[in-house]
Write a protein that binds this ligand. Structure first.
Ligand code: GDP
Ligand code: IMO
Ligand code: MG
Length: 432
């Protein structure tokens, strides 16, 4: 039986999911995004050429591959069209023809973005540090059953009614709670009329096509965004995103039955980063942290914000392995650890006078966690671009082995550089 693979972020996002999805996409017949929105920034580097994808699945550079946006994704049509235009300009073929959007996707409209920004501004130093893309308000509308969905674009009269009600509601919040500028119904309708004709042909019964591909034995790749520690339920709430970013979300988010999710590949950075506010037990404020940020080029691909850096947190990864049922790990950015004399791994925490070996859920509990470290010797040699396991320095192998031991999951792939082929294959996730 063909194996479908779910790729998820195992930490606080930006683990290198895009690079690995692009690499794995070679072997499959479709790539599906199942949650998040254009808060994601997935970087692909092929032949020295960098592509940053926000909403479009990271399989799009493979010429004949179909790419799907499932119902769990909140879609900004304006951001999507801008991204398509960028890919067209870069010479990627037939993007619009290969991209299929589920009719049930909730749309992100300008009032979501206005409210996201106004709320963050009102919160001052308690702000979440969102990407300001309207993600939270769009998911709120979905759950409150007032979202405008992709399918609604077929009936502009009905949309007009819904938009009127939504504008009234949003203006109460914008003006009276946040002292922000109100939004105008006419402007929203103009925006919708501006993108409608290009979006309509891409609307497609994604759930049905994925099911049929499954029946035919074709391989599918499910692409997660963000990371498990940003998951709305199991992350550092409220400093999280507004969707479930864990593997199970791939089923409802793509519209496939859970038995179609065969293998969960957890993407794991060889150290830890976080962008935005919220507790981060292993965060480094010294020159080692600054070195990771510099060598790892740790600046957000969406907002350009500097990412906070810290030691590898095996106790946080344990939570991620349990929540996702990670079948295999892909360790990325191993090369960024080159040249560190002594490496620390967090194996647990002191928490309320007790020792715990797994990250608790929720920001208040995580803020109380004081990391307990074990120390290992680092390596001086460069691992950058290494493509076979045997060529890795012994201390790098020891580091990887120790991560496997503490976390209790096997390593399937190791990434040693941003390029597609700067990758070491240990056990192929698609192999039977
Ligand atoms: P994503 O959101 O999980 O797809 O990750 P991002 O693309 O936001 O961030 C990962 C960054 O690290 C990108 O700039 C990648 O090009 C880069 N990258 C990915 N894998 C590696 C690696 O193994 N080594 C190095 N040095 N960079 C990598
Ligand atoms: P990828 O897919 C890293 C963070 C934001 C903020 C919090 C909530 O590239 O890994 P939101 O705009 O979602 O309401 O912001 O989540 N965040 C990410 N951090 N990588 C991402 O995506 C992120 N998407 C959202 O910085 O802290
Ligand atoms: Mg990213």
């Amino acid at each position: 039986m063909a194996k479908n693979v779910v790729v998820i972020g195992s930490q606080w996002g930006d683990e290198g999911k895009g690079k690995i999805v692009d690499w794995l996409a070679e072997e499959c017949s479709g790539v599906v995004r199942f949650q998040g929105g254009h808060n994601a920034g997935h970087t692909l580097v092929v032949g020295g050429k960098k592509t940053i994808l926000r909403l479009i699945p990271s399989g799009i550079l493979h010429e004949n591959l179909d790419c799907f946006i499932g119902s769990g994704v909140v879609v900004s049509p304006e951001a999507l069209l801008a991204e398509i235009d960028e890919l067209n300009a870069a010479g990627v073929k037939n993007v619009e023809g290969r991209l299929k959007i589920a009719p049930t996707c909730p749309l992100i409209l300008p009032y979501h973005i206005a409210l996201d920004k106004a709320r963050e501004a009102s919160k001052g130093d308690k702000k979440i540090g969102t990407t300001g893309r309207g993600i939270g308000p769009a998911y709120e509308d979905k759950v409150a059953r007032r979202a405008i969905r992709a399918v609604d674009l077929f009936d502009t009269e009905k949309i007009a009614e819904k938009i009127k009600a939504n504008v009234a509601l949003y203006n109460v919040q914008l003006e009276h709670l946040h002292g922000a500028e109100p939004i105008r119904y006419e402007d929203i309708m103009e925006t919708i009329n501006g993108f409608k004709d290009r979006i309509l042909p891409m609307i497609h019964d994604v759930s049905r096509t994925l099911y049929e591909k499954g029946q035919k034995g074709e391989r599918l790749l499910f692409e997660g965004a963000q990371g498990t520690l940003l998951d709305i339920d199991y992350g550092t709430y409220p400093y999280v995103t507004s969707s479930n970013c864990s593997a199970g979300a791939a089923a409802p988010g793509a519209g496939v039955p859970p038995h179609m999710l065969h293998y969960v590949l957890g993407i794991v950075k060889a150290y830890t980063t976080r962008v935005g506010s919220g507790p981060f037990p292993t965060e480094l404020f010294d020159e080692i942290g600054a070195g990771l940020a510099e060598r790892g080029n740790e600046f957000g691909s969406v907002t350009g914000r500097a990412r906070r850096c810290g030691w590898f947190d095996a106790a946080a990864l344990k939570r991620s392995i349990q929540v996702n049922g990670i079948s295999g790990m892909c360790i990325t950015k191993l090369d960024v650890m080159d040249g560190i004399e002594e490496i620390k791994i967090c194996t647990g925490y002191e928490f309320d006078g007790k020792q715990v070996d797994i990250l608790p859920c929720g920001a208040d509990a995580v803020a109380k966690c004081v990391p307990v470290y074990e120390t290992m010797p680092g390596w001086k040699e460069s691992t950058f671009g290494i493509k076979t396991y045997g060529q890795l320095p012994q201390n790098a192998k020891n580091y990887l082995k120790r991560i496997e031991e503490i976390c209790g999951a096997p390593i399937a792939i190791i990434s040693t550089g941003p390029e597609r082929d700067e990758t070491i294959l240990v056990q192929h996730p698609f192999a039977d």
